[in-house]
Each structure stands twice: as structure tokens, then as C-alpha cells.
Design a protein around this ligand. Structure first.
Ligand SMILES: Cc1ncc(COP(=O)(O)O)c(C=O)c1O
Length: 436
């Protein structure tokens, strides 16, 4: 069978998958190790046809997939691998570019720079920022903190709120820095009056925290960072995409003063997994940490390679999928998806609020609703387990002020009002059912 035939069959597989994914159990209904056991324990000696791969994808692999593409996926921060993004992934694999130097792939480097510039414009960021793509926000935050550490020798503390993402702690562990958690206020925002910058090389402020999507007061934090000469890193991994909507820009006040910013197009900007945007206004500080040009990589052209601004040498062609998304949706298309997710989250929040047996437990600036059922932590946890075990929807949880809290995040572009009402019905049905 030819590449063309297998290719057509694969594309057809993806198209039908997307058509039926709403009806598949959202959370994989398998036990740990079950898939491993069902697969051959040794690789084949003889070549097998690609059609066998597709068959096993259906019969063996699919049951072990948790369906992030499902419109009924409401856990963590829901995302979307959109059609233009999916196709661009295929094209990028076809080209198989390796960006170690500008000359090894001018298209990779220049499209990445241009696309990051486009995205900065869409999000209302200032002109002239240096942008590049990382695989994840975790890597981006580590990149920022490595530069901050180098820029302020001797200062070993990174300040962030207790609600900052765990990737800050992880980066600090790897970089031998120390995290100092600043207290948060009643709306889960970092309290700038309690900011202690002694010995600090960086502050990580979050716009859209992981637990509640709360917004740290970036302008006040930026004032303090400027006074003390401390690097300000803004983590807007989830919420940053919402800045494409002018009516939401207040949430992003001050982020233009950051030394570095991360936003994940693979969260709320329709781009398949593995696309995190990073901007800095201090590219020389990144280069001071990451540029290392051995003899075999010396070239005559005077172009700094993007690999001089982060830890990977061989860089993937990630920009193609983001560029395709920005072109095929346009500013208006992206705005429409963000607004609809927020509308649906507001609708869900209203359903929870109007029911006396339930409580909304955090402000909702974007598309994440934090709520709980009246009752104990154990009852709420058991409710989450029952709901997720049903396979009908998938939600996640957090702890706020020591209490167990349910989280419903709208972020899949295929989610409709019916899906959100369905989620509420499943929650109410399972809440009414006494645990076994
Ligand atoms: C605020 C925030 N920062 C960082 C991350 C980490 O993102 P990534 O998985 O791209 O490393 C997340 C993930 O949800 C997040 O919510």
C-alpha cells in the first residue's frame, strides 16, 4: 500500500475520530498496566503494514486514551488540537526540519520569529520583544529563571505566590534556587504589600493561576521589581491567549513591563500540544546563559540561532502549526472561541450559584469555575471520582483554604452549551446518588 493510501486512511481516521469523540468515555477506562499487557512485549522482526498500526490504534490504543479532544473534557485546562493545527503537524513532520542553526532551517527560524511577532500583536504586547517557542511553559519558566539567576549573581531567591504553578518550584530545584512563597489575598492573588524581595533574582507573577485562574497584581509587582532590579517573569500559560480580546485586557495590565512572559498556545489557542510562546525584552541575558557555539556549529553568516536562547540545540518546527492556526482562524476566529468559552463558563457558574446545594468558591475571571457541593471534603472527592468514572465528563480538583474544591474548565473549542448543561446534569445526578 502506498504512502498516499495510508495517508488518506490516516487523515480519514482523524476526521472520524473527531466526529465521534464526544461519545467516547472522556477519562480512559483502563487499569494501570492493562495496555502494556495487551501489546506484544517484543518488537516485530519483519516489517508490518501501516494498516496494522491503524487497526491497533482502534482496537488496543484508543481505549487507553483520555480524550483531551472531547468537548466534554473539563479537567485541568481544557485545550483543542484544531484542524489547521493537526494538518500543520503532519506537514512539519513531512519536512522534518532541525533548527540547530539559522542555515539548517531558515524557514523554521524566520517563521518562528514572525509568528511570535504576530502573536505578540494579537495579544497587545509591545513591539520589539524577542520571541521563541518552547515545548512547554515549564521549560519557558526554567529558561527565564536561568537568565534571571545569571543576571543577578549571588541572588538565589525566586518569589512567587503560593498559587504559582509547580513548574516554578521544579525550575528552582534544578537551578539550585530557593522559592519564597508570598501570601495571597482572599481572591488568591499575590499580596504585593507582603512581597519580600531580599536576596531575590526573580519574581514569577501569574495571570491565570492553575488552581483558580486568579490574577496577580502585576503593576504593583513590576514597581517593586524595578525598584530592586529583580527579573519579572509573567506566567500567563493558560490565560494569556484571552488577551486577544480587547475587553479582557484589564486582566493583563502591567505584563508589558515583564522581563519575560510565557503563554501556551497549546492550552487556549487551538494549537496541538507542544507549543509554548516565550517573549523577553532582555534577549542578551538569555544568550549569555544559553549560547554555546562549538567549532562544528560555526558559520559565516552573522545570525544568532534561536538555539542560543534556550536549552535545546535541535529545535522542532513548532511555528508551522501556530502560524496555520493564526491564519485559518484569524484574530476574529480566535476571539470568538475565547468569548464562547467564557460565556459557557459563566453559564455553568450561574447554574451552580442558583442551586442551594452547591457553592462557587472563587472569582471567575476567565473560563474556569471552582465550586463544591455542600458536604465534606470526602464527599466532594467521592463525587469527583464517580463523575469521572462514568466517562461522561472529566473534571479535576484543587484545594483552597484547606478545602477540597471541584474545577470545571471550559476550553475545548468543540464544547457547546448542551455539553455544559450535560456536565451539570451528570454532577447533580451523581451528587444525588448515595456513594456505594
Ligand atoms: C499557570 C500555569 N503555568 C504553567 C503551566 C505548565 O504548563 P506546561 O504543561 O506547558 O509546562 C500550567 C499548566 O497548567 C499553568 O496552569
Amino acid at each position: 500500500v502506498s504512502f498516499r493510501e495510508d495517508g488518506a486512511a490516516s487523515l480519514d481516521w482523524v476526521a472520524s475520530y473527531l466526529e465521534r469523540v464526544r461519545d467516547l468515555p472522556v477519562l480512559a477506562q483502563v487499569e494501570p498496566g492493562e495496555l502494556r499487557e495487551r501489546l506484544p512485549q517484543a518488537p516485530p522482526d519483519r516489517a508490518e503494514p501501516f494498516t496494522d498500526v491503524l487497526r491497533d490504534l482502534d482496537e488496543l490504543l484508543l481505549p487507553a486514551a483520555t480524550h483531551w479532544q472531547s468537548p466534554r473534557f473539563f479537567a485541568y485546562f481544557a485545550n483543542t488540537g484544531s484542524e489547521p493545527g493537526i494538518l500543520a503537524e503532519l506537514l512539519a513532520a513531512g519536512l522534518n526540519q532541525v533548527g540547530i542553526l539559522w542555515r539548517t532551517s531558515p524557514v523554521l527560524q524566520e517563521l518562528e520569529e514572525l509568528t511570535l511577532d504576530w502573536l505578540a500583536q494579537l495579544l497587545g504586547l509591545p513591539a520589539g520583544l524577542h520571541g521563541h517557542l518552547e515545548d512547554t511553559a515549564s521549560t519557558g519558566t526554567m529558561t527565564a529563571l536561568a537568565a534571571a539567576r545569571q543576571a543577578k549573581p549571588g541572588a538565589r531567591v525566586v518569589v512567587c505566590s503560593e498559587h504559582a504553578h509547580s513548574s516554578v518550584d521544579k525550575a528552582c530545584r534544578l537551578l539550585e534556587l530557593e522559592t519564597r512563597a508570598a501570601p495571597a489575598d482572599e481572591a488568591f492573588r499575590l499580596r504585593p504589600d507582603a512581597l519580600d524581595l531580599s536576596g531575590a533574582c526573580a519574581v514569577v507573577a501569574t495571570i491565570g493561576t492553575t488552581s483558580t485562574s486568579s490574577i496577580d497584581p502585576v503593576p504593583a509587582i513590576a514597581d517593586a521589581c524595578e525598584r530592586e532590579g529583580v527579573w519579572l517573569h509573567v506566567d500567563a500559560a493558560y490565560a494569556g491567549s484571552a488577551a486577544v480580546c480587547p475587553e479582557l485586557r484589564d486582566a493583563f495590565a502591567g505584563w508589558e513591563r515583564a522581563d519575560s512572559i510565557v503563554v501556551n498556545p497549546h492550552k487556549w489557542l487551538l494549537t496541538p500540544m507542544g507549543c509554548s510562546a516565550f517573549w523577553t525584552r532582555r534577549p542578551d541575558d538569555l544568550r549569555a546563559v544559553f549560547s554555546l557555539v562549538p567549532e562544528f556549529l560555526r558559520v559565516s553568516e552573522e545570525v544568532a540561532s534561536l538555539s542560543e536562547y534556550s536549552s535545546a540545540l535541535g529545535r522542532q518546527f513548532r511555528a508551522l502549526k501556530l502560524w496555520a492556526v493564526l491564519r485559518c482562524y484569524g484574530r476574529e476566529g480566535v476571539q470568538a472561541r475565547i468569548r464562547e468559552a467564557i460565556r459557557l463558563a459563566a453559564l455553568f457558574e450561574g447554574l451552580v450559584r442558583d442551586d442551594p446545594g452547591w457553592e462557587v468558591v472563587a472569582p471567575r475571571p476567565f473560563s474556569l469555575v471552582c465550586f463544591r457541593r455542600d458536604g465534606t471534603d470526602e464527599e466532594n472527592e467521592a463525587l469527583l471520582e464517580r463523575v469521572n468514572a462514568s466517562g461522561e465528563i472529566f473534571i479535576s480538583h484543587t484545594k483552597l483554604n484547606g478545602r477540597y474544591v471541584l474545577r470545571l474548565a471550559v476550553g475545548n473549542a468543540r464544547t457547546t452549551e448542551d455539553d455544559v448543561r450535560f456536565a451539570w446534569e451528570v454532577l447533580r445526578r451523581e451528587a444525588a446518588r448515595a456513594p456505594a
